[in-house]
Design a protein around this ligand. Sequence first.
Ligand code: ADP
Ligand code: MG
Length: 676
Amino acid sequence: MASLTDSVGVLKGVGQKRLVGLNKLGINTINDLLTYYPRRYDDLSIKDLATAADGQKVTVKGIIIAEPTVTFFGRKRSRLVFRIKIADNIYTVSFFNQPWLKKEVSANDEVIVFGTYNQARNTVQGMKILTAQTANSFDSIYPANKEVKQATIKQLIKLAFDAYQPLLVDIVPASLRRRYRLESFHDTIKNIHFPESPKAAQRAFRTAKFMEFFLFAMKVQILKGAHRKTDPAAQIDYDPKVLDKFNAQLPFKLTSAQTKVVREILADLKRPIQMNRLLQGDVGSGKTVVAAIAILAAISAHKQAAIMAPTEILAEQHANSFASMFAGLNVNIVLLTGATSAAARRSMLPRIADGEVNLIVGTHALFQDDVHYANLGLAVIDEQHRFGVNQRQALRQKGTSTNMLAMTATPIPRTLAITMYGDMDVSVIDQLPTGRKPIKTTWIQSAKTDSAIGFVKKQLRQGNQVYVVTPLIEESEAVDMKNAVAIFERFRAIFEPDYKVGLLHGRMSNQEKDDAMVAFKNNQFQVMVATTVIEVGVDVANANTMLIFDADHFGLAQLHQLRGRVGRGSTQSYCILIADPKNEIGKQRMKAVASSTNGFFLSQKDLELRGQGDITGAKQSGMPDFKVADPVGDLNILTVANEEAQNITAEKDWKTKPENVQLAKYLQMNQTINYH
Ligand code: ADP
Ligand code: MG
């Protein structure tokens, strides 16, 4: 029996080679193919050039007035030129590198050309020659590759649609389709691939976006439900007396925001349900001590706790601070990272496996195959956005009923939170400890770089240390490294031998990076030239100044995170942004960072000024893979779809309601959320 899950290999014309090509485009099944949406549409309706704008893509019809000519440049390049008459005007049409088209055109023929209009020159740069049948339509343009061409994809979609259209049943419940005036799934697919007008395509896309968000939100709700299953083994029956003792020996009082999130976490731990909570808090808001309390709660209930950090140096920092915070509280700590020697590891693993060790601090090493835990009651993930979903799960699965606390300083506006971590409960520390001196941030033009360097000298003379962050030119570590090295040399020339300059970039091995950070922490360097690899939380209290070159190349949230590296000691801290933004938005962005120290405000601002990529960081993993919907641009649809998914799943018997039967069936077969 035919099914939408059939392989595209069943279609006529799909052999082994094409199948591989299609797979590369992410198309495996008929359903994948039918939901492989066009990137854009070319409007092939014939245009009157008198009203066309310069640079616009147009379709024109005219009479060729002289024999076309082809000129070759070298072996591969060529230009086909002819002149056409439309009404009483003459235009020149040229086609590059398609010499074979000459066969299709000759003097006195009528011709229909699709191409780009150049008003000043009265020319059309041709892209394709159309026939009377293909003109006057909307041509869907798909992302293609070497193995499967544009035209093939189109053909296959047509084939698949014709054969499988009876199977395109509605998954979205009828009441929702009515309420939001959505099209049927059948019409959505039809109008996306073969629209009769741009309006028709637009309407269909609206439905497709709703559907995508809605199904995502349904999966999230189901996942949440699964986590919420009663699991007595997940219950942490902590000893409040131990926690009181810990609080009493802390050198400071918790802020009220910290107290609030601690209460939320402890309430979760006490429930016979696995905790799945995200702790959000700006850099320096004091997440570590909150994690410490959760850890101690687990240990006081005779369970193990693990905390995983993205870098060795951060893990080491945590191990040290926990050792001093937990002094006298019967906590037995080990540090397990990639740098742990084989001998140390050999003696450590059995002690973890038999439960003698109750706090394991480390990096990715924590979830390696040969690491076994006696009873992992709590897994804490620090800087969780640095880990993939699978890595976080891998640690959690080291125990059978493990509670999870994920921490992040990346401030995500609430509205976006559902897409980033929909199945988690969220706690927010929205307050910094009192007595902090806010970092003074200024923005200067690059012409004033010398005065910034003068300022750096002054800070160095006073015994402070300085970070110099090098520009993010493109998403390439090789290029970024080159920049870092160039600036490193420049700063050495300026400051050595009086002060030593260090270098840190992403191309260094983990060991080299850690060595450089440790040396900086020990004040062996006074100036640290670095790429964004310093973004993640190592405390160097003596560093009070940060210089950021080409600051406008960074996202606001990222700048905020970066400058969080200073301002950790008692002296006044400074951040100098050097940037020559090209436009008004760029200027506003720099002003925003200079005037606000609130990470949530900045990420909201970023959203307004630039879009989502910046907040989530293009390189960051963990965003769901949406095909057509955009969590920022289509936020309204997302919000509504999410509400509706919550309403549906709030009813116990939703799966058996007639209007939900197809939905339940679909979700049964498609449970996973794909992230990239
Ligand atoms: P982050 O949330 O960025 O991980 P940390 O947990 O590293 O922040 O805390 C930053 C600094 O603030 C640490 O030196 C920590 O000891 C200190 N700190 C945390 N909570 C408080 C508090 N309530 N009062 C004063 N200092 C605090
Ligand atoms: Mg931290």
